[in-house]
Ligand binder design. Structure first.
Ligand code: AP5
Length: 215
């Protein structure tokens, strides 16, 4: 069963998905993380996706379908938190085609205003070793530039440069926002206010999930 976690770049989807996986028993599936893994491995998918991602554009639906099938697996009993997919209405329909094994029970929109999004993205740093995410001022590590969890070096994501951020926000407005209407039409849409501390937002998400029925 799938909980879709959607929202603009920098809304906190990855941060909250990690918390829900660690504390609420979900399995996190992030198409962004999966693509970055392919880029690191220099796989054929990674080689096709790398430049597209760095520009802040969307990778093709065909590649994403391959990633989705690879990452979801066949276990229909799992509670999966899907971060970063669907990103357009065609992808939402593709996900519907897997309804038999992986039904979507809710699409949660983590809603954050544009000023805060740019602030979060410009200060984000990610561990090059374990992938843990920090922010230089909002959620800093104990030692600047060093991961609390594994001691790895923190880096800026290549798509967090100003020009890529601008493209990602514009792609979100034109292409991903219609997905919210798609789920609203199916009665599966829920909005959660993404402003506030990480813990505050986590509390709001838990509240939103608590009313749901999982098989
Ligand atoms: P992806 O990795 O999915 O990137 P994104 O959607 O742009 O989202 P981000 O990872 O930037 O942000 P987030 O919402 O996870 O925020 P985070 O928790 O890190 O995709 C990357 C690329 O892959 C795409 O551009 C595209 O090219 C490709 N791609 C992926 N999926 C695709 C698909 N389905 N179709 C086509 N292409 C696809 O938080 C951000 C910062 O804020 C962090 O520093 C964090 O510490 C901080 N923060 C988080 N929450 C809070 C809080 N409550 N208070 C203060 N700071 C906070």
């Amino acid at each position: 069963m799938i909980v879709v976690l959607t929202g603009a770049p920098g809304a906190g989807k990855g941060t909250q998905a990690d918390l829900l996986a660690a504390k609420e028993g979900f399995r996190k599936v992030s198409t962004g993380d999966a693509l970055r893994k392919h880029v690191r491995m220099k796989s054929p998918i990674g080689q096709q996706a790398e430049a597209v991602m760095a520009r802040g554009e969307l990778v093709s639906d065909e590649i994403l379908f391959e990633i989705l099938r690879e990452e979801l697996g066949l276990d229909s009993g799992e509670r999966i938190l899907l971060d970063g997919y669907p990103r357009n209405v065609a992808q939402a329909k593709t996900l519907d085609s897997l309804n038999e094994t992986h039904p979507v029970v809710v699409a949660i929109h983590l809603d954050v205003d544009a000023v805060e999004l740019v602030n979060r993205l410009s200060g984000r740093r990610v561990c090059g070793n374990c992938g843990a995410t920090y922010h230089v001022t909002l959620t800093p590590p104990m030692t600047a530039g060093v991961c609390d969890k594994c001691g790895g070096q923190l880096q800026q994501r290549s798509d967090d440069r100003e020009d890529s951020v601008r493209t990602r926000l514009s792609v979100y407005e034109s292409t991903t926002k219609p997905v919210l209407e798609y789920y609203r039409g199916k009665g599966l849409y829920q909005r959660v206010d993404g402003l506030g501390s990480t813990e505050e937002v986590f509390g709001k998400l838990k509240g939103s999930l608590s009313g749901l029925k999982f098989r």
